[in-house]
Design a protein around this ligand. Structure first.
Ligand SMILES: NC(=O)c1ccc[n+]([C@@H]2O[C@H](COP(=O)([O-])OP(=O)(O)OC[C@H]3O[C@@H](n4cnc5c(N)ncnc54)[C@H](O)[C@@H]3O)[C@@H](O)[C@H]2O)c1
Ligand SMILES: [Fe+2]
Length: 381
């Protein structure tokens, strides 16, 4: 089945295999004449990036590239990106990549016109109102992984290179004006990235679904997002060119990010400090710590996880859901422990102190105290 669709929420989305060919037209639609395409260093050398630049050039838009973007991008990448944007006289950003490229590109589009330091726009209270919103450049987003859902998000995650803390930079106008979701772009992901990003999408849905806040729209989206990952992640792992399954994974990624407006939780709170200090892959780190958090949260989420298991066709209840997660992780080659992921265990106190300060911690269904965070990390090593 070929899946093609045009959606209007949470933003304009052109969904379907091959639709990257509409990129120049999308730039014109949002009034960009000289956009800067921002992606990460590895993607910069790949055919999907080169052919996208070709499409822009043929559409009369030119081929301008900035690719000094690291995994878990930092303020150093941001500074270089803002300089390239200003020096080039650009009027918009094509955000191209996985979460790292998308986030950095979105924050460049935001920050290029601001006078205050980027950390003044952390996602705290109404700090975003400090920004000059008229100075935010238009953004077109093209995801090449199916995981973070950053293409439909209003924030970018930026690592502070001095403190090694991940901060969320937020502004409503960081939501891209148009998104091209072309699942063909994701077929070349190495298996470990397919798995890490796919489980990130699943965990966005799981944590949003489990968070205690009232948001039935997100609840419904999260539930169907989990089901889509359950049905399709094993398929794309077995057959990377299964476009139908890649399409469903791309939807699940966007659904996860839409749903987590309801809140994330302890899985992300524990994973963020690990990623910021040891540069591990974000989604894979989440996948490693997921079982410990599921057990920790059990008393608060048993009823709703039982309902989710029934919807997803899992036998039966919370225990069945937990067993399903453990088997899925094993089938997909997820490391069992943070040690297996290559993280040293000599820094648990500092990691735990950072985890309870992480913005995701507040969405955990059970309060994440310092002692609880330490015990959870010990369980994960
Ligand atoms: N903005 C948000 O809401 C949000 C949510 C979750 C995570 N994040 C952030 O996103 C980042 C992680 O993003 P990610 O998981 O997509 O990984 P990533 O962007 O770091 O990409 C991982 C690797 O895969 C490569 N890659 C990407 N697409 C490819 C493709 N189609 N073919 C071959 N290789 C490809 C990249 O070059 C990179 O080497 C982290 O910094 C995390 O903090 C943001
Ligand atoms: Fe995530």
């Amino acid at each position: 089945m070929t899946i093609t669709a045009n959606w209007s929420y949470p933003t304009a989305i052109r969904f379907g295999a091959g639709r990257i060919k509409e990129i120049a037209e999308c730039c014109q639609a949002v009034g960009m004449k000289k956009p800067l395409l921002i992606t990460d260093r590895v993607l910069a050398d790949m055919d999907i990036t080169k052919s996208t630049l070709d499409l822009l050039e043929r559409g009369g838009i030119g081929r301008m590239l900035f690719a000094e973007v690291d995994p878990n991008p930092s303020d150093i990448n941001l500074e270089a990106g803002v300089k390239a944007y200003k020096d080039g006289g650009h009027d918009g950003v094509v955000a191209f990549g996985g979460g790292s490229g998308l986030d950095l590109a979105k924050v460049v589009a935001f920050q290029a016109g601001q006078t205050r330091p980027v950390w003044d726009f952390e996602d705290i209270g109404d700090w975003w109102t400090r920004a000059d919103s008229d100075a935010i450049a238009p953004i077109i987003a093209v995801p090449t992984t199916a995981g973070t859902g950053s293409e439909v998000g209003r924030a970018g995650v930026l690592t502070n290179s001095e403190t090694h803390v991940k901060k969320i930079i937020f502004h409503p106008k960081m939501l891209p004006g148009i998104v091209i979701c072309d699942p063909e772009l994701t077929c070349g992901m190495p298996p470990v990235i397919t798995v890490g990003t796919g489980l990130d999408a699943f965990i966005h849905c799981l944590e949003a679904y489990s968070s205690p806040f009232y948001h039935p729209m997100s609840q419904g989206i999260a539930l169907e997002g989990m089901r889509l990952v359950k049905e399709n992640l094993p398929k794309v792992y077995a057959n990377p060119n299964d476009i139908e399954a890649r399409s469903h994974m791309m939807s699940a990624a966007a659904m996860g990010a839409t749903a987590f407006q309801k809140g994330l939780g302890g899985i992300h709170a524990l994973a963020h400090p690990v990623g910021a200090n040891y540069n591990t892959h974000h989604g894979m780190t989440n996948a490693v710590v997921m079982p410990a958090l599921l057990k920790f949260n059990r008393v608060a989420i048993e009823d709703r996880i039982t309902a989710a298991a029934a919807y997803m066709g899992i036998d039966v209840g919370f225990d069945g859901f937990f067993d399903y997660i453990m088997k899925l992780r094993a089938d997909l080659g997820v490391p069992n422990t943070l040690t297996d992921l290559g993280v040293p265990d000599d820094n648990i106190d500092a990691l735990a102190a950072a985890a309870i300060e992480d913005p995701s911690a507040g969405g955990n269904p059970i309060e994440l105290t310092l002692d609880a965070a330490k015990a959870l990390y010990r369980e994960c090593f």
